[in-house]
Design a binder for this molecule. Sequence first.
Ligand code: NDP
Length: 283
Amino acid sequence: MTDKYAVIGNPIAHSKSPLIHHMFAAQTGQDISYEAILAPLDGFAATVERLRAEGYKGCNVTVPFKFEAFHLATSVEPRAKIAKAVNTLKFANNEIIGDNTDGIGLTDDLQFNLEIDLKNKRVLLVGAGGAASGVVYSLASLSARVTVVNRNIEKAQLLATPRLPFPANNAKKHDSNRIDALGYADLADQQFDIIINATSAGLMDEMPDIPKTIFAPGALAYDMMYGRDTPFMKFAREHGAAVVSDGLGMLVEQAAESFRIWRNVRPDTRPVLKKLRAELPIA
Ligand code: NDP
């Protein structure tokens, strides 16, 4: 019998996750279905309950439900506990097991697809929502010097607050001393080697209020959004970023890790990313 999976979000129409998981399933010979489900903003828990009742085996969770998913899970894996955000739910017996694959998705894309060494790099993480929560400790665990900036500074400060060390990816421990929090007004005169847009501003064709001078020589500008040339990416190109990337590689890498959690087999991401990139070229 085909095992059913889904991604829940709002909005969700743009999602490439069904396509990616179907490619993973074909590549690994797994018999699964995977669909995108729009949940009302006040209807995430009810949507999860419906899926469980209908026999789904798990789901991904995207904007804006990652914090709610964290609280809904009956048990949470260490990296999701650190992030306090969940993007992967596995339904097993009466359990809802929460995990977070965004961190490893981003760092795998940076290290293996974009071939960036994160050690001692000055990283500006723009945004402090579910996606930023998922990646901040993975970046720090690879010895990047992370600064979080957000409109709501308290959320940025919360991400910079030391949490339990844990062995993420191949790192020995995360270094919480390397995480700082700033407001946008504090960014004048600062430069970073890697600037990651983890806000949802691009969904509204907007961009965060970062200064033109933020890009250090050779800087990478990375937008977690994918499938469109965002205002942030255009801004980065115009103001000196050496490399500009969208979040397609992260999407594929985090999906591969979710797939592994559900199916116990890690797909090869390279052909999937290559195929998607041909459909969604970066300008
Ligand atoms: P959340 O809703 O949890 O958080 C949104 C964040 O964006 C908050 O920090 C918010 O700031 C900020 N924000 C929204 N609009 C603006 C704006 N106009 N200017 C400045 N800041 C703004 O969303 P997520 O964290 O879950 O997702 C963020 C983005 O990352 C989405 O676009 C999502 O698609 C993408 N993503 C991509 C992934 C991938 O695999 N490529 C994986 C995960 C996410 P404030 O708190 O001040 O309101």
